[in-house]
Design a protein around this ligand. Sequence first.
Ligand code: HEM
Length: 162
Amino acid sequence: MLRKAVREKKPAAQGGPMNEFRERPQPDVKESLQTVLSRLPDFVHEFYGMLFAEHPGLRPMFSDDMVQQRNNLVTALALVAKYVENVRVLEIPLRELGARHLAYGARPEHYPIVRDTMLRAMRKVAGPEWTPAVDQAWADALAAVSEIMMLGASEVGRNLAA
Ligand code: HEM
């Protein structure tokens, strides 16, 4: 579906500076997001279950409210999926998200942990529908999103130090 939509996009001249990125055929990230969202309780359970079992030190950073945890995860995944298509538009909101994460206690060394846990939880709940191309697209997008968030956090850190 998504691949078809990308192929049918308007001519290159109308696409703006990130046109080249958007015109590149993308694996079906949106569809894979829908698969994960259709199994949301499993995904939430897998993600927080693995995260807190493997990194108990992170537990106090997160609220006990399961509804909030679920909503945060859905927002996070939707942002990353959106990023695949519209990288530039999200730059400022992602920097701000990174800055808020500084207040949550998130540090650069936590990002690979959370990224890896998200990916493993998605793989697990999606099962065979999760193709290697989709996996790679999510891994790339998560890495890029984390970079921008950490940039936003480091700017806050610098301003505080100044
Ligand atoms: C790919 C990277 C990440 C994304 C896209 C992401 C996204 C989000 C979003 C959308 C929220 C909702 C609150 C808000 O908008 O400010 C949130 C909350 C939160 N995130 Fe992240 N996050 C990421 C990485 C991390 C990392 C590395 C940590 C550190 C362990 C972390 C810890 C938290 C905490 C503690 C909260 C508040 C949760 C609560 O109140 O229960 N996140 N995140």
